[in-house]
Design a protein around this ligand. Structure first.
Ligand SMILES: NC(=O)c1ccc[n+]([C@@H]2O[C@H](COP(=O)([O-])OP(=O)(O)OC[C@H]3O[C@@H](n4cnc5c(N)ncnc54)[C@H](OP(=O)(O)O)[C@@H]3O)[C@@H](O)[C@H]2O)c1
Length: 292
């Protein structure tokens, strides 16, 4: 569809923005649904965030996705924040409602939809979240809210950040079972082995670096375990390949990515994203990228 004077503009703000596949999935979904929208990437460094949001209101941009490094800081500039986004402390979707910028967290829908098939295995068991950034906060919130594990280990390179997640959610969700550890692989073998679910929320393993050594302890993986890597490029990270070889059930970040995008799409347009077509197109684009 060629943009005209009725086209609604949406997009993603982040820095750097070069790796984003959101323009691909959103523009394809608009095209399939026959919606007169256009989705663009906006490279906005942290120093320009406030001015960028003023510009978005002034230009009447209909909505935004928000990615690294703005997901937390952006809360300071919004008129209204959904209850979930406010508890998690992270916004990845904005709707411009006649000049009022409303913030939502659709990443949590992506995590939830990915974990639902494993709900029985997670309930009352020990789980481990690697990382302590925005994606880890979303994972910890979602686990405590919807899946009721008995214990959540938060493992991070910077222990202090894991400790702040622990303090925050212990108070906010009244749960005393959060333990924290430094990301030192040989020391974590027992911890990983005891976890029914391990979620990698770090960017370790992401294209083009693909080096998962820091999150991968081969001997700690076994059948009956679920290993969820939020990285979706490559679709099969080294962490997932090794865990799969050891018999664990593995899940990549693609489903989460499509589900969070579908929820943003629905907030902007009121329409459902055609997820099957989007999954196929995204899978093809990622496969092509990784053979280059
Ligand atoms: N599939 C999806 O839809 C989806 C959605 C959201 C996010 N994600 C994934 O989640 C990743 C993290 O996102 P975020 O928003 O949480 O980012 P973030 O807030 O910047 O947090 C990054 C985390 O990764 C850790 N980390 C980075 N490089 C590392 C390294 N070399 N060794 C060990 N730890 C390292 C950081 O540890 P320190 O605290 O020590 O710095 C921190 O815990 C993204 O890169 C993306 O792959 C996927």
């Amino acid at each position: 569809m060629i943009p005209d004077n009725k086209t609604k503009l949406v997009g993603v703000i982040g820095h750097p923005i070069i790796q984003s596949f959101s323009p691909l999935i959103q523009n394809l979904a608009f095209q399939i649904r026959g919606l007169n929208y256009l989705y663009l990437p906006f490279d906005v460094p942290a120093t320009n965030l406030k001015e960028a949001l003023t510009g978005i209101t002034a230009l009447g941009i209909a909505g935004l996705n928000v990615t690294i490094p703005h997901k937390v800081k952006i809360l300071d500039y919004l008129s209204d924040i959904s209850e979930e986004a406010s508890i998690i402390g992270s916004v990845n979707t904005i709707v411009n409602d006649n000049g009022e910028l409303r913030g939502y967290n659709t990443d949590v829908i992506g995590v939830n939809e990915t974990l639902i098939p494993f709900a029985e295995s997670i309930r009352n068991s020990e789980v481990t979240v690697i990382g302590a950034g925005g994606a880890a906060r979303t994972a910890v919130y979602c686990l405590l809210r919807n899946f009721k594990p008995s214990r959540v280990n938060v493992v991070n390179r910077t222990l202090q950040k894991a400790d702040s997640i622990k303090d925050y959610f212990t108070a906010k969700m009244i749960f005393r079972g959060i333990k924290t550890f430094e990301l030192l692989p040989p020391d974590l073998t027992g911890l990983f082995a005891n976890s029914s679910l391990i979620i990698n929320t770090t960017s370790v393993g992401m294209y083009p670096d693909n080096d998962d050594a820091v999150t991968t302890i081969a001997e700690s993986f076994s059948s009956g375990q679920i290993i969820f890597d939020m990285v979706y490029n490559p679709m099969q990270t080294k962490l997932l390949a090794i865990a799969s070889e050891r018999g664990a059930h593995t899940v990549g970040g693609l489903k989460m990515f499509v589900e969070q995008g579908a929820a943003s799409f629905e907030l902007w347009t009121g329409a459902k994203m055609p997820k099957e077509a989007i999954n196929e197109a995204l899978g093809n684009a990622l496969a092509e990228l990784n053979t280059q």
